[in-house]
Design a protein around this ligand. Sequence first.
Ligand code: SAM
Length: 264
Amino acid sequence: MSEYQHRARKRFGQNFLHDAGVIHRILRAIHPRAGERLVEIGPGQGALTEGLLDSGAQLDVVELDLDLIPILQGRFAERSNFHLHQGDALKFDFSQLGGEPGSLRIVGNLPYNISTPLIFHLLEHAGLIRDMHFMLQKEVVERLAAEPGGGDWGRLSIMVQYHCRVEHLFNVGPGAFNPAPKVDSAIVRLVPHAELPHPAKDPRLLERVVREAFNQRRKTLRNTLKGLLDAEAIAAAGVDGGLRPEQLDLAAFVRLSDQLALRQ
Ligand code: SAM
């Protein structure tokens, strides 16, 4: 089977991996083992799928493009550890896979247009997940792994780091893909915390405070949070209302959202 039989579709974010060195490096980072429960999002034509199956792990794959289904079936249907689901990963109910808590290992060279909503969707199932390895746009990985104080620190960094430890593993240039994307890519590892380091009284309020604060990231918290928290509540959280949102760490945002929870 040649990878050129299928014409890559832009609307499905299709950039197929064809660099064997990069494929091996990703598989080494994932390090799948027999008996594990793996889920691959967007297997495409199977560039990563083959190595994942060779490990002996049980592998569920979720692919949206109907044209790729016969290609995947043709390559892997005879493998007893291969389980194919046609559909949209954004709507996929990961709890239907029946994995033990903390068992699912999610992997994927993700379509860039859905990577952020997909990560948020997966975080709803964080309790089921052992770890996640994704190929993403390099800028997105930099935002995921960001630290407070810089321009990359924002809603994505905070909400993902609330749930997970984040490791930026390595970068991948456009030449590893066919067709080559216009941007650089990177591999990230996300590991859900066994216990949240900064649990919020209500995570939905954390989401709200963070969203509101970063809506206008150049303004002070006193200004951006005006509609949610008054000066007294901001001070009660131990936060200087004269700071800008990018100067606050996760723990400070959790304290602000807990003040909001107390006042609701
Ligand atoms: N894993 C393959 C590789 O590395 O060569 C393909 C990667 S390609 C960047 C993204 C894959 O995700 C494509 O196969 C595409 O059809 C699939 N895809 C796009 N949107 C999807 C969605 N919402 N749910 C599941 N798969 C999707």
